[in-house]
Design a protein around this ligand. Structure first.
Ligand SMILES: CC(C)(COP(=O)(O)OP(=O)(O)OC[C@H]1O[C@@H](n2cnc3c(N)ncnc32)[C@H](O)[C@@H]1OP(=O)(O)O)[C@@H](O)C(=O)NCCC(=O)NCCSC(=O)/C=C/c1ccc(O)cc1
Ligand SMILES: O=C(O)CCC(=O)C(=O)O
Ligand SMILES: [Fe+2]
Length: 358
């Protein structure tokens, strides 16, 4: 039963019970039609999006992938990865139906009753590789984030068949599979830009040995200006392939510490460099801080594929770079240690990468 008092969640344990334990998430809160944001979601002033720091006319590069091997296109990819850490791609080979299907599947999953979704929560899921949750790390966050998610770590088809929710499984698998071509194209170009030519099996595994797909749901929010959808962070992936819907709300930091909006473009994918690639490239490609605002009138979804090393891989500057005389700025770290470090703290901008600094 949903609480009905005027301020039903002044008591944090009531909020925790409804949102986390019962699996209603922020979607459940949103659907209660609250007039005011529960205080647990109110972010400190300096974490809220201040529109005076937004540069309206600037934009991350938009790259046409149809001639991806053309040296000029390749240069624009490498330049974008060094300067911005973010770009959008159009005319890639992922069919539009695949993108539309995974968005539909995301809506279908979040439309399930709370008790059904809750079977995939940390407490109830039979595997760490499938996790339905809310905010980022509700145990450690001082202020919660206005977001629910389903996170699916891919191990193999058999495991996905056995453990992933059937309501979205095929669509997520298809999106992952069809994205592999463009992921390989991008990694090929980015490695060439470092004078690392030819990606052998070991290197392919280091760059894209594991994948995690998140289905993110940001419901309509009563006081969007007081909270965040996702706080400032850089991803810990090698590359992230992000599908967003038509609503907008993703902002990226530029070189002058201003925020730039990433406008939705139908059929495009947003690509960003993650910490793992920043470390492997010895800082030549940059993972960049980004955040998502909450929306006062519309629900928003996004579907990132995090392309990662394997949990058991050691990551550090690639030997080819060091052999060329570059001084390493990162040490070798076990990727799963890096991932755990990221998940055990609240979002804190670019701080995660300090874990690997020499
Ligand atoms: C290190 C992992 C993630 C977990 O290891 P474990 O040995 O099974 O240990 P735990 O299940 O106890 O997880 C360690 C901590 O991470 C937390 N965690 C474990 N997955 C999760 C999870 N998807 N979500 C949010 N907490 C989690 C988990 O709750 C736990 O926190 P705590 O209970 O406080 O100790 C392991 O599965 C692993 O190495 N996975 C393969 C690599 C991998 O997934 N890489 C991540 C790719 S990038 C990425 O996911 C980015 C995500 C992201 C997400 C949200 C954002 O806003 C921004 C970015
Ligand atoms: O929803 C978005 O646009 C971005 C989400 C994000 O940054 C993430 O899941 O890491
Ligand atoms: Fe992100």
């Amino acid at each position: 039963m949903a609480p009905t008092l005027a301020d039903p969640f002044s008591d944090s344990s009531a909020l925790r019970e409804f949102v986390i334990n019962q699996g209603n998430g922020v979607k459940g809160l949103s659907e209660l039609g609250l007039k005011a944001l529960p205080k647990q979601y109110i972010q400190p002033l300096d974490e809220r999006m201040c529109m005076t720091n937004v540069v309206p006319l600037e934009s991350i590069p938009i790259i046409d992938m149809s001639n991806w091997e053309d040296p000029e296109v390749a240069k624009s990819i490498c330049d974008a990865a060094s300067k911005w850490g973010f770009f959008q791609i159009v005319n890639h080979d992922v069919p539009i139906e695949v993108l539309e299907n995974v968005k539909d599947a995301t809506y279908r999953f979040f439309s399930l009753p709370a008790d059904v979704k809750n079977k995939y929560s940390k407490e109830h899921s039979s595997s760490n590789n499938v996790r339905f949750g809310t905010s980022f790390t509700p145990q450690t966050e001082k202020a919660l984030e206005w977001k629910d998610y389903l996170s699916l770590f891919y191990v193999c088809e058999e495991e996905a068949s056995a453990l992933w929710p059937s309501i979205c499984r095929e669509q997520v698998l298809d999106y992952m599979k069809k994205s592999e071509v463009v992921i390989k194209q991008l990694l090929h170009v980015l490695m060439k830009g470092l004078n690392v030519n030819g990606i052998d099996e070991t290197k392919e595994s280091l760059l894209m040995g594991s994948m995690r797909t998140n289905l993110n749901y940001y419901p309509k929010c009563p006081n969007p200006e007081l909270t965040v959808g996702v706080g400032r962070h850089s991803d810990i992936s090698t590359l992230t392939i992000l599908l967003q819907d038509e609503i907008g709300g993703l902002y990226v930091k530029n070189e002058r510490d201003n925020w730039i909006h990433v406008p939705p473009i139908k059929g495009s994918l947003v690509i960003n460099v993650g910490d793992a690639l920043q470390i492997l490239s010895n800082g030549r490609y940059r993972s960049v801080e980004h955040r998502v605002v909450a929306n006062g009138s519309k629900n928003r979804i996004s579907v990132p594929i995090f392309v990662n090393p394997r949990p058991g891989d050691m990551i550090g500057p690639l030997p080819e770079l060091i052999a060329n005389g570059e001084k390493p700025i990162y040490k070798q770290v076990l990727y799963s240690d890096y991932v755990k470090h990221f998940f055990r703290k609240a979002h804190d901008g670019k701080k995660t990468v300090e874990f690997a600094e020499l």
